[in-house]
Structure formats: C-alpha cells, structure tokens
Design a protein. Structure first.
Length: 81
C-alpha cells in the first residue's frame, strides 16, 4: 500500500519540522530575559518602559506587562518618577 506509506512519511516529516522549529525557538530565547527586561532605570523611578513592556512598582511588588509580538527593546526610560 504506497498511499499508507506516503501518508506516514508525510506525517513524520511534519512532526520532525514541528519539533525542529520548537527547539529553534527555545534555543533563541535567552534564559536571563525576564531579569534583564525588568531592569529599572533607578530606584526613584516608579514606572518605566524599554519599548516592549511597561513595569511599575506597586505595593504588591513589581508589575510588568507582556511584550508585544514585534517589539524592539531599547534602553529603559522612566515614565513616572
């Protein structure tokens, strides 16, 4: 049955491509990203951004937004002293 063998080959190729893509994405994300992206410009700043996220000091602790899908990180700048 060539059709069954072909379907199996296509399925395995698609699964392999998916696994390789997932591994490439995970390898491209540095482990230190969460710490670096929350770096405040200084202790006097209560809200800041790096062009991708906005972070603020709250009574409950540090609160940061999620990054946009195509953001370009910049040096942190203070939005509210």
């Amino acid at each position: 049955m060539p059709a069954r063998d072909q379907a199996l080959a296509v399925s395995l190729a698609a699964l392999t491509a998916l696994i390789v893509t997932a591994l490439a994405v995970f390898a491209a994300v540095p482990a230190s990203l969460p710490q670096n992206r929350r770096a405040a410009p200084g202790p006097a700043c209560s809200e800041w951004t790096d062009g991708c996220i906005v972070c603020a000091r709250t009574p409950q602790g540090l609160a940061c937004s999620s990054p946009g899908i195509a953001c370009v990180r910049q040096a942190p700048r203070c939005l509210r002293p």
